[in-house]
Design a protein around this ligand. Structure first.
Ligand code: LLP
Length: 450
């Protein structure tokens, strides 16, 4: 196994001792754009989009639905254009994500709208721009979408988010299809069937199909398979009752990627071929036509494409109980640009990016610059003993839920995101500046509020 090829983006290599991404040297990138820096390998991003699209098309043929890129994993106007140009769809789950997609002139008929608590304004906007589908998540929303569609004289295509009662093997906070969750309508409790019946009766809603999303960073196929077979069972019950067939099943995202050596990124073709076998056999069993199958990968597209470059600021040796020493290596970012270790105990890997060291590794902890002890990027890692201030550290696989979950904690400035390809680099999200932080501070005269 080659660590660099399995965890770093496709166009990454160590050349003359230095990490080079998309033909650009780490040292030159850091000098030109500063650190911390999110470096997206544009070619890799585009090839992963196509990898999922081709796998869906190849394995489902005429019943291939849409690949909706889950934009929550990472979104910018430029990235929305890559998604749009590749001819796939986009999944947005807030008015903000929708606004970015629209700013990229994303065709509305390839936008799918999610969210467990969409506001009336968000629903009205989605209907008015003509999104492909709204995925309904609650009983109240059935009434809201129906009413707002009626007000704009439209019949809105919808999917219903179903909770199939599957325990996905991942962190509890990102597991979404067991019974005790805020998402969707449960099959087991009967609420899914009640929602189906209500949508069918709503004059301004057109029920196109069912949706489920079992969780994120999942490595086993079983969860996807079980969830999908439960959706198909429900679709068959629908056909029996309503004497028509649903046209689409959207089985969500969640495909896991490698963060550390030894983990394996889900192969799109393997995932889609297993899904296609299951869908075909289950549809045959229930005597229904194979519906359009849609998927929503986010992390599996954006995650592996991006590397964070940090600069080392300080190192410190701390003597632990038992006399062992741990070296704390502090970099110029941390939990504000990557909250995943603090939030989910997520693991990452790292390399020294600006040079090769032949010095033996020491037990190290890679930390950020925030004012709390939990600001850890990598809890335990062996890094060369001669790492010193000014060195660059590269963390691979930070493209999903890194920049998109970034915060201004401690009034840190969110890093720039740059796209690299064939030896050139360009900013696609600029680094924040202090004026951005201050732009929200307002001093206004008190207003009487009754
Ligand atoms: N579809 C729906 C309805 C979702 O809620 C999500 C993710 C996806 C698709 C895409 O899942 P993906 O393919 O990216 O795993 N912040 C967490 C992940 C939260 C995922 C939320 N929903 C993390 O950093 O691990």
């Amino acid at each position: 196994m080659n660590f660099l090829s399995d965890v770093f983006s496709i166009n990454s290599a160590v050349v003359a001792g230095e990490l080079v991404i998309g033909g650009c040297k780490s040292t030159s990138l850091a000098k030109e754009f500063g650190t911390p820096l999110f470096v997206i390998d544009e070619g890799d991003f585009k090839s992963r989009i196509n990898g999922w699209k081709n796998a869906l098309d190849k394995n489902f043929g005429s019943s291939a639905g849409q690949v909706y890129y889950a934009s929550k994993s990472f979104l910018s106007v430029e990235v929305a254009k890559w998604i749009s140009d590749a001819g796939i769809g986009i999944d947005v789950c807030t008015g903000g994500e929708l606004a970015v997609a629209l700013a990229a002139k994303f065709p509305a008929d390839r936008i799918e709208v999610h969210g467990n608590n969409k506001s009336e304004a968000e629903i009205a906007k989605a209907i008015s721009v003509g999104v492909a589908k709204i995925v309904i998540d609650s009983m109240q929303e059935i009434e809201r979408v129906n009413r707002l569609a009626k007000a704009s004289g439209k019949v809105q295509k919808v999917l219903l988010r179903i909770t199939p009662g599957v325990e996905a093997h991942t962190h509890e906070a990102i597991s979404t299809a067991h019974e005790d969750v805020k998402f969707g309508f449960s099959i087991a409790s009967g609420s899914a069937w009640k929602a189906i019946s209500e949508v069918e009766a709503a004059a301004n809603l057109s029920l196109e199909g069912l949706h489920c999303h079992i969780g994120s960073q999942i490595f086993e196929n079983e969860g996807f398979i079980l969830a999908t077979s439960r959706l198909i069972e429900l679709a068959a019950k629908f056909r029996d009752q309503f004497k028509r067939e649903l046209s689409e099943l959207d089985v969500g995202g969640g495909y896991g990627i490698a963060y550390v050596d030894g983990e394996i990124t889900f192969d799109p073709d393997e995932a889609m071929s297993a899904l296609a076998d299951l869908v075909k056999s289950q549809c045959a069993k229930h005597s229904i036509n194979v519906p359009m199958i849609s998927i929503e990968p986010g992390r599996a597209i954006s995650g592996p494409t991006t590397t964070t470059l940090y600069e080392v600021g300080t190192t410190k040796d701390v003597v632990l109980d038992g006399g062992k020493t741990r070296r704390y290596i502090a970099v110029d970012g941390g939990m504000s640009d990557n909250v995943r270790p603090a939030l989910y105990g997520a693991e990452y890997s790292a390399i020294l990016a600006n040079r090769t060291s032949t010095i033996a590794p020491v037990d190290s902890r890679l930390v950020g610059k925030h004012c709390e002890s939990g600001d850890i990027i990598i809890r335990e890692i062996g890094l060369p003993a001669d790492i010193a201030p000014g060195d660059l550290i590269a963390i691979p696989a930070t493209g999903a839920y890194g920049r998109s979950m970034a915060s201004n904690y401690n009034h840190m400035l969110k890093p720039a995101v740059i796209a690299v390809a064939n030896g050139s680099a360009r900013v696609i999200l600029r680094r924040e500046i202090e004026a951005d932080l201050l732009a929200l501070d307002v001093v206004e005269a008190p207003r009487t509020i009754n």
